[in-house]
Write a protein that binds this ligand. Sequence first.
Ligand SMILES: [Zn+2]
Length: 266
Amino acid sequence: MPITSNVVWDARLETFKGRDTAHYIDSVIATTHRCAACRLPFGPGAALSLTVDITEGLDREGRVCLTFDPAVHHLQCRQAGLKVHQATGFPGEQTALGARLVLAWGGAGETNIPVLAYTLLPSLVFGKPGGEMTSALVSALVNHGFQLSFNDTYGDIVRQARPVRDTCTRTVGTDGAVELRMDGALMHSQQLDPMDPRDNTWLEAATAGHILVISGDNLGFTDTGLQLSAAAHLGTLVTGAVPGLVTSDREKSRFRSFEPAKAQDR
Ligand SMILES: [Zn+2]
């Protein structure tokens, strides 16, 4: 079986991921810090193995779609592998994973930029295995005016962020519920706590203007921050500035909160 850095993986992965294979493995490893079998953290240079569960199905239009569900293990806990499941229809539900952060932008007279980041797991793509595959989440966002970003630094992302189409809206409720909608349908929501000072900074900044949405496939959420480099390399990082609308008090989902990060202004 092939080995990339210290990770053993199943060669059949290449027939699904094609030339994106190495970046895909990097993105999974960069955002996984514990063994999926024994739950212990990975020590430096530990020999690891990658398993990927792929589910193949059809969407309502009859297009082939695939989900990729990766897991990383100590090599001694589990061998590398790849399983392909056939779904009779659409290959299962996706779960949202998100975070909010605040970027302090500019030098004197800094502005706080509220950022809502999220991805859907497992990632869902359309297309032929090994050929051109399109992320369902990325294409949905691009259809609503989001842009692909090939830069993973916050400074570049903030500079390049453009307003999205008016089919995409967001609301911030007085209870701290943040909702992102496309054509009126709920895409993503996070529950912030107005009594938490860091959440409150985010909520105040969001009330004042646009929020920056960072999304797509292969985003990494760790305890210390967001990892965007793999998504930028794989062309699955999308960003957009979403204006506010009205307040609401509904639907909640899990979220993580980070210390405000400082945007680099170059
Ligand atoms: Zn283990």
